[in-house]
Design a protein around this ligand. Structure first.
Ligand code: CP
Ligand code: NVA
Length: 308
C-alpha cells in the first residue's frame, strides 16, 4: 500500500475493511490452531510503546507478531527517553525509521495523533484515555464467532463512559448495531466526546432498563488507568452499576457477557456472571491476538489472498 494507514480510532477503518479483517482473523486463527506456520511478516519489526501497564495487549501483540514471522520490541516510559520529556514528534521520527509498525498505549489521544503525524510507518492505538479500538475489534469478532451477524442487535453497556464504551459506540455506527448505555449521573456519554454522530445509542438512567432484551452485556472497571485519584468517589457513584445474575435474566435469553479485563469481581460484575455460562471473556482475551494478527497483516501488506 502506498498510503500509510493508522488505527487510532475504530472509525479509521470502514465497514468493508472490518468484514475483511473478521474473515481474515478466522483464517489466521484456524491456521494457528492447526499448527500451520504462516510468516507473512518475516523480518518485519513492531515497536510497542507502553505508558500504562498491560498484560493482554503486550502479550497478544508480541506473541502475534512472532507467530507471523516478525519481531516485537517493548519500550516503556520508565526505561526510554520518552519518560524524560523527549518530544513525541522526535520520538516518532526516530522510532519509525527503525521499525515497520508501531503500537502505542498512552494517556491522551492527542499524544497518539502527534506520534502518527510524524511517523513513517502505521501506528496502532493500544489504548488511550479516549479509545481502545483493538479491544472492540476482538470483542465484535468474539460476538460474531459466538452468535453470528451483529447488524440490528443490541449491546448494553453498564458503568463507566470510558475508552471501551466510546469505542463500542463508534463500532455501532460502522457495523449498524445499537448500544444502550447506562452510567451513574454525571458520567454520561456525549456523542461529541466519542467522535460519533449519535445515531446508534440510547442512554438509560436505570441499568436494568438498558439491559432489558439486550443481546450482549458488557462492562468495565469503575476506575480506568490514569483516574486512580477518583477511585473512592467512583466506588460510591458506581455501586448500583453492577452486572449480576438478575441483570443477565432481563437480557435476551443466552445473551453474551463480555469484559475487556482485568475485572474486579464484586464491583462492576459478580463472580457468578463473569465465571458463568454466558461469559465469553477468555475467548475474548484470546481473540485479541488473532484479530490483531489480521490487523498487523492488513496495515503492512494490505488485502492478501489466503495461500492454500
Ligand atoms: N484488555 C486489555 O487491554 O488488557 P491489558 O490492560 O492487560 O492490556
Ligand atoms: N478502561 C480500562 C481498560 C483497561 C484494559 C482502562 O483504561 O484502564
Amino acid at each position: 500500500m502506498s498510503e500509510i494507514r493508522h488505527f487510532l480510532e475504530f472509525k479509521d477503518l470502514n465497514r468493508e475493511e472490518f468484514e475483511y479483517l473478521f474473515e481474515r482473523t478466522r483464517w489466521i486463527k484456524d491456521r494457528y490452531k492447526n499448527y500451520k506456520q504462516y510468516w507473512p511478516l518475516a523480518d518485519r519489526t513492531l515497536v510497542m510503546i507502553f505508558e500504562k501497564q498491560s498484560t493482554r495487549t503486550r502479550l497478544s501483540f508480541e506473541a502475534g507478531m512472532q507467530q507471523l514471522g516478525g519481531f516485537a520490541i517493548y519500550l516503556n516510559t520508565r526505561d526510554s527517553q520518552l519518560g524524560r520529556g523527549e518530544p513525541v514528534e522526535d520520538a516518532a521520527q526516530v522510532i519509525s525509521r527503525m521499525c515497520d509498525i508501531v503500537m502505542i498505549r498512552t494517556f491522551k489521544q492527542e499524544i497518539l495523533e502527534r506520534f502518527a503525524a510524524n511517523s513513517r510507518v502505521p501506528v496502532i492505538n493500544g489504548l488511550t484515555n479516549e479509545y481502545h479500538p483493538c479491544q472492540i475489534l476482538a470483542d465484535v469478532f468474539t460476538w460474531i464467532e459466538r452468535c453470528g451477524p451483529v447488524q440490528g442487535k443490541t449491546v448494553a453497556w453498564i458503568g463507566d463512559s470510558n475508552n471501551v464504551c466510546s469505542t463500542w459506540l463508534q463500532a455501532a455506527e460502522l457495523l449498524d448495531f445499537k448500544v444502550n448505555v447506562s452510567t451513574p449521573p454525571g458520567y454520561e456519554v456525549t456523542a461529541q466526546e466519542c467522535g460519533i454522530a449519535g445515531t446508534h445509542f440510547e442512554q438509560f438512567a436505570d441499568p436494568m432498563e438498558a439491559a432489558r432484551g439486550a443481546d450482549l452485556i458488557s462492562t468495565d472497571v469503575w476506575t480506568s488507568m490514569g483516574f486512580e485519584a477518583e477511585n473512592e468517589a467512583r466506588k460510591r457513584a458506581f455501586c448500583d452499576w453492577q452486572v449480576d445474575a438478575d441483570m443477565m435474566r432481563v437480557a435476551a435469553p443466552d445473551a453474551l457477557f463480555l469484559h475487556c479485563l482485568p475485572a474486579h469481581r464484586g464491583e462492576e460484575v459478580t463472580a457468578e456472571v463473569i465465571d458463568g455460562p454466558q461469559s465469553a471473556v477468555w475467548d475474548e482475551a484470546e481473540n485479541r491476538m488473532h484479530t490483531q494478527k489480521a490487523l498487523l497483516e492488513y496495515l503492512l501488506l494490505g488485502r492478501v489472498e489466503a495461500p492454500q
